[in-house]
Design a protein around this ligand. Sequence first.
Ligand code: TXA
Ligand code: MG
Length: 310
Amino acid sequence: MKYSLANIKKSRFYLNKNECVAIPTETVYGLAANAYSEKATIKIYRLKKRSKKNPLIVHYYDLNMLKNDCEINNNFIKLYKNFCPGPITFVLKLKKGSKISKNVTNNKRTLAVRFPKHPYTRKLLKIINYPLAAPSANISKGLSPISKEDVKDEFNKKIKFILDGGRSKVGIESTIVNLTNKPEILRLGGIEIKKIKKVLKKNIKFKRINKNVVVPGQLKIHYSPGIPIRLNVNKPKLNEAFMLINKRKKSGKNYYYLSKRSNLKEAAKNLYKTLRMIKKKNFKTIAVEKIPNKGFGQAINDRLMRASKY
Ligand code: TXA
Ligand code: MG
């Protein structure tokens, strides 16, 4: 993808007018709007058909502007220094006097924040004077987009502009860490838990269900391609799409490799892309080979489990 300052400025033009623009990030594409504007952020919910109870992640260029909106703590500083910009989201306490729209927080006293790594979006964040609220750029509960074409697939002509940044490198969403109290993982994603543990030098758990916040990434049905998925399958049925991570001697037209060398990071990167491709080929069901529940495999399994509840 060729760098285009003109396209970045075009994104700014629409954002300044309180419109939504799709932006590339290293994890997945986001549907962005001015996080300080009620008028702009309400449009995100309408376009995504998202429940207003689900708060949004806000994207910043760096610490400077964040300090107006959040209380910062030591755990945050450690993780920020190690992983940012990068695929990690922090839940922090909202600062009194912050200009963040009530639509973003669902009136709660916490805020999820992230510092995306994609250079085009970083440039965009640098030349605007507000942070960007941006959930994944898909209709609620569906597959996250990892390219401009995927975003078009989701919204057709309903959004003003898509900033094309090529294919997302990580391919699954950011890891979410709650730092408002004792650190805990709310969503598995682009940074493995073991890396976070190493930096914080303490055990940190993945808390699947959080009673205090509604996290759609934690809903039972989510990340769904809209067709049934069967997990831990060794042999697919006839006419069933088959997703694999281990290379087999025999292959079929219905075989879709997430990785041919059992590499879980590569498999995570290819997950949404492959599910979307299978959906387009009109298969009626998807079978998935057993995926080891470690590292990125955990994040893949978590998403497949929710997708399989369809
Ligand atoms: O990689 C990502 O994080 C992508 C890119 C675009 O940045 N964004 C993304 O946003 O995945 P979304 O909205 O699809 O998922 C964000 C999750 C939701 O499950 C939301 O409920 C949760 O973060 N969330 C937002 N604010 C929260 C808060 N204050 N406390 C707990 N969870 C929160
Ligand atoms: Mg999402």
